[in-house]
Design a protein around this ligand. Structure first.
Ligand code: NAG
Ligand code: NAG
Ligand code: NAG
Ligand code: NAG
Length: 483
């Protein structure tokens, strides 16, 4: 009797433990899955259907010319200014004038200033240390950290749909592709300490009137660009200014607001090619970690705002160049290149990008959007991994490769802030925390009409439009409101 009671008690305790611990373990597992997936997957297979949905670098003429890019040998800091746009240059000089005196100030002075600013308790320079650059980042927007919070139910229809927006990429058009559950559209981001208003297209257009705005990055950057484009097109139908034949470089104009919105394809932000080169293994990315990608760098002076982002492409098999010499690789088994890995690749590339921005005459607003998490479960993406959730995972945490990539991005951003000129505006767009909770926000099988392409892996990386990614747009608008 006694022992069976004890047994029952134990069973109850065990069940309770399983109930409490299992979800936690699962949540963990599922994050570490991403890790596995990203390291193994992105490296072992030459082809990346998901990421490769963004086609390879096009051969196009004009500013964004791949050939021109390849021939450029000069280092990043010298090769852009002498270019083309004399008119722009004059404008730049005018703007620069205001900042001139401050610009003379050396970076040590700047460093001291930062520390005074960020430490009311009077800590001294040495105590904070340059190796903790994250400390200088201000994550607040209008006095509130809008990046940390939770998703709350919200039952109003989306601001646009496949029926009212013609700019949604087929792969991300979940409504049109027949995704049956629609609850993923019924959530609103609620920062812990304030409210984040939904995106207001008219307000956005008023704030950017007469300006030009560029998204620079990979297919997730284009995903985000299309979110904004869809919102804005509800207010005014944009005019088509430019599109290359692969939809990688696109520019729209909103005449009423004299506003230009563009997207630039640059998955590494630095110079790269994926064309096969004699003597080098095929299907590899060749990255010049010390040279900024001219496709965007030579054009940003025409833009008042630029949103930089990236990360996932660094996990592809790559050969790294510095000063036109091979310094190593990421994941090329069977070759004798030194494996230095994609963390190094990402970090060095970001340093190059920020060094370029800091030393260039660019004085628009630079937004850096943090890493976007993928949500494959039950296998890696090429093993039938999927994302079938229909509600946010309220307690998923950052981990593994996702966290590492994020840490590198944030650290390099902080470092850039320290070195930047007093007049420059660098802003972090820290979307990762809200995004990691939205395992339900991806197309999954609905990357194609009726989810009929069972031969394709699911897409648990890009985001449905409309959907969770629209919140990134609301976050950008909130930043604009407070600038
Ligand atoms: C995670 O969230 C689920 C509900 O979404 C809950 O049941 C579970 O207890 C949570 N786990 C932890 C560790 O907080
Ligand atoms: C939008 O998607 C729905 C299915 O949800 C479909 O019936 C409709 O034809 C689509 N509209 C357009 C314009 O593609
Ligand atoms: C439109 O904006 C540009 C700057 O982006 C400005 O030079 C031009 O004068 C504006 N045009 C009108 C009609 O306001
Ligand atoms: C590997 O090393 C050998 C000998 O050091 C050299 O001959 C060969 O070219 C190298 N291969 C590659 C791919 O670098």
């Amino acid at each position: 009797m006694e022992s069976s009671k004890l047994l029952t008690q134990r069973a109850v305790v065990l069940i309770l433990m399983i109930m409490v611990v299992l979800p936690f373990v699962l949540a963990r597992l599922y994050i570490s899955h991403i890790t596995l997936l990203l390291t193994a997957v992105y490296t072992e297979l030459p082809l990346l259907p998901l990421i490769s949905m963004a086609p390879p670098l096009p051969k196009i003429s004009g500013v964004a010319n791949g050939e021109e890019q390849r021939e450029q040998r000069s280092p990043p800091n010298e090769d852009h200014i002498a270019q083309k746009e004399t008119v722009l240059k004059e404008e730049e000089e005018e703007k620069q004038h205001d900042c001139h005196e401050q610009t003379e100030e050396d970076s040590t002075e700047k460093l001291k200033k930062d520390e005074v600013n960020t430490n009311s308790d009077g800590l001294r320079q040495e105590q904070i240390g340059i190796d903790d650059p994250i400390q200088v980042i201000d994550f607040s927007v209008g006095g509130c950290n809008i990046w940390k919070g939770k998703w709350i139910p919200h039952h109003s229809p989306p601001a646009y749909t496949n029926a009212t927006c013609q700019f949604i990429q087929g792969h991300q058009d979940c409504l049109k592709n027949g995704r049956p559950d629609l609850q993923y559209l019924q959530w609103k981001w609620k920062p812990h300490d304030c409210d984040l208003p939904l995106f207001d297209a008219e307000e956005f257009l008023k704030l950017v009137q007469g300006k030009a705005w560029a998204f620079v990055g990979d297919s997730i950057s284009r995903n985000h660009f299309q979110s904004i484009l869809c919102f804005l097109s509800q207010v005014e139908s944009p005019e088509h200014l430019y599109r290359d034949d692969r939809d990688l470089f696109v520019r729209w104009f909103f005449p009423l607001y004299n506003f230009t919105l563009a997207v630039f394809w640059s998955p590494f932000l630095v110079r790269w090619t994926e064309d096969d080169v004699e003597g080098l293994p095929p299907n590899t990315q060749k990255l010049h970690l010390d040279v900024v990608d001219k496709n965007w760098a030579s054009a940003i002076h025409k833009y008042d705002y630029v949103v930089l982002s990236g990360g996932h492409w660094f996990m592809k098999p790559s050969i790294y160049f510095m000063n036109n010499e091979i310094i190593g690789c990421h994941y090329l088994p069977g070759t004798n290149f030194t494996q230095i890995g994609f963390y190094y690749g990402l970090q060095t590339a970001l340093q190059t990008v920020y060094d370029y921005l800091i030393s260039s005459s660019y004085n628009g607003v630079v937004f850096f959007r943090t890493f976007t998490p993928a949500h494959f479960e039950n296998g890696q993406w090429h093993e039938g991994g999927n994302c079938v959730r229909t509600a946010p995972t309220h307690n998923a945490t950052l981990g593994g490769v996702t966290l590492e990539m994020y840490n590198i991005q944030v650290k390099e951003f902080g470092r850039a802030l320290r070195l930047s000129k007093p007049c420059s505006t660098f802003k972090i767009v820290d979307t990762i925390h809200a995004s990691v909770l939205r395992a339900d926000g991806h197309p999954g099988p609905y990357r194609s009409l009726g989810a009929t392409r069972t031969d394709l892996p699911q897409d648990c990386l890009h985001w449905c439009l409309p959907g969770a990614i629209d919140t990134w747009s609301a976050m950008l608008l909130e930043m604009l409101r407070h600038m």
